[in-house]
Design a protein around this ligand. Structure first.
Ligand code: BES
Ligand code: ZN
Ligand code: ZN
Length: 470
């Protein structure tokens, strides 16, 4: 896509997108007022007209839209009106468009170019994805840096759409580690990958237990972005179970969606791209344990007692509670070897987070009040909401084992997201600033953009925005 900017004048050809707020006093274009009966800027409305062989698309954004409303409205324009895009489009931003609003609009527009039919013989290529497509942005001030930022955000999110939406026979642990190596080279962070042998040597026993039934060998991905002069040091861990059958505690419902069980890991990969792409002045070390939870004679079984990187023993009471096992090793490894000031893990961890918050927000667990506020704000401002749940010690009894130091599942059908978080907390070595985001409900959803559940890239922008605003 080629980008052009114009401070003065009006577009004369192609599709011109003209967003309006309901609060805008008079809606006019090219000096001609538009009848309020046809279009008044209401949220989720649009009005298309043809003028001198060009198309004008008025897009209603409502009274005081938040970031997500604007992003979704623009995503809708490019996803649903692609037929009008041909080889060029224009956007006209009025003075009412703050930097954040422009960023939301541009990233939404680019995201709308995503086409889910990856394996169709007649796969469509959206005009916006073509090299010679030109987008001209009209505004009365310089907006180039903000437009470019919107594009970078969408580029990282598009990568994550691919990683999560492609099936498990394509997105193996090895695929994820290859992706990380390529991104590291391109954007400037180091990538070390521990394969099976190296993971055994390192003592990542809990991680390897989950993986042991799979032909697709595990990869423990370690990334480090360390710009000169960085003051802060953040650690990230993302669950990347490339497929979760449940193991021998086999899933009886919803298994088909479990290619999404690497969405936490993918969010961390996408965030690393975006953080490095924006040259943020903060060191970020990220660990993505990637493996498959499938069934074989070699699989771990319920009642096994396994070891872990931290040296703590774990009674496996349910093989479907596998995410917390690989995160336990991810967290312990990151904290012991890199000692970041703050550690955040992201994971599609429990069905309980889905039943609690539905598809609207992720569950947030943290032992640090200041971190809680900052991370909620980082998400809220860009339309990726989190809401806190408690980590009280009263819930600790749920994971107490008679046989081992800890067990991975309470066996009770209550407070599943909380007991999972308590399990993770046990492996954070009393780190004073740790947060766990359970994003099982928000990573892979049904919405207007496809007929099947698909990726949202939840977490990519949230984590980056958190680091940007430290
Ligand atoms: N991957 C699932 C959680 C999940 C559920 C992700 C729905 C995305 C959508 C996780 O590994 C799991 O199976 N959790 C179980 C744990 C239980 C057996 C202790 C759950 O929450 O049901
Ligand atoms: Zn599971
Ligand atoms: Zn899982």
């Amino acid at each position: 896509m080629k980008l052009y900017y114009q401070i003065k004048g009006e577009p004369t050809a192609g599709l011109t997108i003209i967003p309006y707020f309901e609060s805008d006093k008079e809606i006019k274009y090219s000096g001609i007022p538009l009848s309020a009966k046809l279009f008044s800027g209401k949220k989720d409305t649009s009005y298309l007209l043809e003028k001198d062989k060009a198309f004008l698309l008025f897009v209603g954004l409502g009274k005081d839209p938040d970031y997500k409303t604007i992003k979704t409205a623009f995503r809708r324009v490019s996803a649903k009106q692609d037929a009008f895009f041909s080889d060029r489009a224009n956007i006209v931003f009025s003075d009412n468009f703050s930097d954040e609003r422009i960023e939301a609009a541009i990233s939404g527009l680019v995201l709308g170019s995503y086409v889910l039919g990856h394996y169709k013989n007649d796969k469509k290529i959206h005009p916006l994805s073509k090299h010679d497509f030109s987008l001209t942005v009209f505004s009365e001030r310089t907006v180039q840096p903000i437009v470019e930022k919107g594009i970078r955000i969408a580029a990282a999110q598009l990568e994550v759409f691919h990683l999560v939406d492609l099936p498990r026979n394509r997105i193996t642990p090895e695929y994820l580690s290859d992706w990380a190596k390529k991104a590291g080279k391109k954007f400037g962070f180091t990538v070390d990958v521990l394969g099976l042998k190296e993971s055994e040597d390192a003592g990542l026993h809990a991680f390897l237990s989950v993986s042991q039934g799979s032909e697709n060998k595990p990869r423990f991905i370690i990334m480090d972005y360390n710009p000169p002069g960085a003051k802060d040091h953040i650690g990230l861990v993302g669950k990347a179970v490339t497929f979760d059958t449940g193991g021998l505690n086999i899933k009886v419902a919803g298994m088909i969606h479990m290619k999404c069980d690497m969405a936490g890991g993918a969010a961390v990969l996408g965030a690393m791209q975006l953080i490095a792409d924006q040259s943020l002045p903060c060191r970020v070390t990220a660990v993505v344990p990637a493996c498959e939870n499938v069934i074989d004679g070699k699989s771990f079984v319920p009642s096994d007692v396994i070891q872990s990187y931290s040296g703590k023993s774990i009674e496996v009471t349910d093989t479907d509670a596998e995410g917390r096992l690989i995160l336990a090793d991810g967290l312990a490894y990151l904290i012991k070897n890199y000692k970041p000031q703050t550690v955040i893990d992201v994971a599609t961890l429990t069905g309980s987070a889905v039943s609690t918050f539905g598809y609207e927000c992720g569950a947030l667990f943290t032992n640090n009040e200041q971190l809680s506020k900052k991370i909620q704000k980082a998400g809220f401002d860009i339309g990726e909401r989190l809401w806190p749940l408690p980590l009280w010690d009263a819930y600790k009894t749920d994971i107490e084992s008679e046989l081992a130091d800890v067990k991975n599942y309470s066996g009770k059908l209550v407070a599943g997201a909380i007991s999972a978080a308590k399990f993770l907390e046990y492996f954070t070595e009393n780190h004073p600033s740790w947060a766990h985001l359970d994003m099982a409900g928000v990573s892979f959803v049904d919405d207007e953009f496809a007929k099947t559940k698909h990726a949202t890239a939840f977490g990519v922008h949230l984590l980056t925005n958190f680091i940007e605003n430290l």
